[in-house]
Design a protein around this ligand. Structure first.
Ligand SMILES: [Zn+2]
Length: 318
């Protein structure tokens, strides 16, 4: 596994060096640029420079998502304050979580408080359809906790407990991706020796579909549409929105439009209360001010821990 991960690291660095002139010790290219350059070239059948054709670019894309999932997996410990945060919200509100995060921190908290559901008509690993009730978690960009069958097009999630399906089942590792690069044959053979990728519903091959940081996100997966429709409906009906740690980047044009639509699709948009919790990010704060016309007091800059200590109890009473 070490050899495989080192190989992936080397290929990502090579891509940065060749495409962005990156050097060791210099700031890394942004994830937006990393993915957008891949998507714009690969999706139109072009090469990026002399070295990267569409196949290689897609390989780099899969390897990078795998790497991000691995990093999320290594930093997925439950934050105690987050637990308190969700407990209080569940107690006082009819909660729906709308998130762009691939990680499963919210799921871990809600699992301890009862149950949650993804509302994607997901299947479990055993093949049974999901009939769980609970708090909705709407993951607009997909999840590290879902597999997607390319054949029957079901989303598949663990039945009991939470695991990172994409990592545990090596869903983003294609042997042929590794063969595109010198020295990749050995790694490809290692991966072929462990074939975990049989869909529990139809026996077909399953993989991962997530929306990346690209300006050209692929949101065409049918399940994403259902999630987005549900998010619009939930946001439209809610009287209060609380944003936590989301910078609302310009690249998220679809989400910005979703939010604007849901905000204005009510008799009196002024009745909607919006609060934003950020951590020392004036640029994100400015995003919210300019997009929603929020007053200074609706924007918190000291992070979630501070907000929980100083604001959560008042917030829950309103
Ligand atoms: Zn299937």
């Amino acid at each position: 596994m070490r050899r495989r991960e080192d190989f992936i690291t080397a290929r990502i660095k090579e891509y940065w060096q060749g495409v962005f002139g990156w050097r060791d010790g210099e700031p890394m290219p942004s994830l937006e640029d990393h993915f957008t350059q891949i998507d714009l070239a690969a999706n139109s059948g072009h090469t990026l420079g002399h070295s990267y054709g569409p196949k290689k670019l897609r390989a780099i894309r899969r390897m990078t998502i795998h790497r991000v999932f691995k990093l999320l997996d290594e930093h997925s410990n439950l934050v105690p304050s987050l637990d308190e945060f969700f407990s209080s919200l569940i107690e006082h509100f009819d909660l729906t979580v709308v998130t762009t995060n691939w990680d499963i921190l919210a799921e871990r908290c809600l699992e301890r408080r009862g149950r949650f559901k993804y509302l994607i008509g997901e299947r479990y690993l055993s093949g049974r359809p999901d009939l769980m009730a609970g708090i909705s978690i709407l993951k607009l960009h997909g999840s590290a906790n879902w597999g997607y069958c390319e054949c029957c097009r079901n989303l598949i999630t663990p039945e009991l407990g939470l695991g990172k399906i994409a990592i545990n089942f090596q869903l983003l590792l294609e042997p042929d991706d590794f063969r595109l690069f010198p020295g990749g044959e050995d790694v490809a053979r290692d991966i072929e020796g462990v074939d975990l990728r049989r869909c529990p519903v139809c026996g077909g091959r399953w993989s991962v579909r997530v929306a990346t940081f690209s300006y050209r996100k692929d949101l065409s997966v049918a399940a994403f549409q259902a999630i987005w429709d549900e998010a619009l409906s939930s946001l439209r009906q809610a009287n209060r929105w609380l944003f936590v740690g989301y910078s609302m980047p310009q690249a998220d044009i679809e989400i910005r439009h979703l939010l604007k639509t849901a905000q204005l699709a009510r008799m009196d948009p002024d009745q909607l209360s919006i609060e934003v919790v950020l951590k020392d990010c004036p640029a994100a704060s400015e995003n919210y001010r300019r997009f929603f016309g929020l007053p200074e007091q609706a924007l918190f800059q000291k992070g979630l821990d501070d907000w929980i200590s100083n604001r959560l109890s008042t917030f829950s009473l309103r």
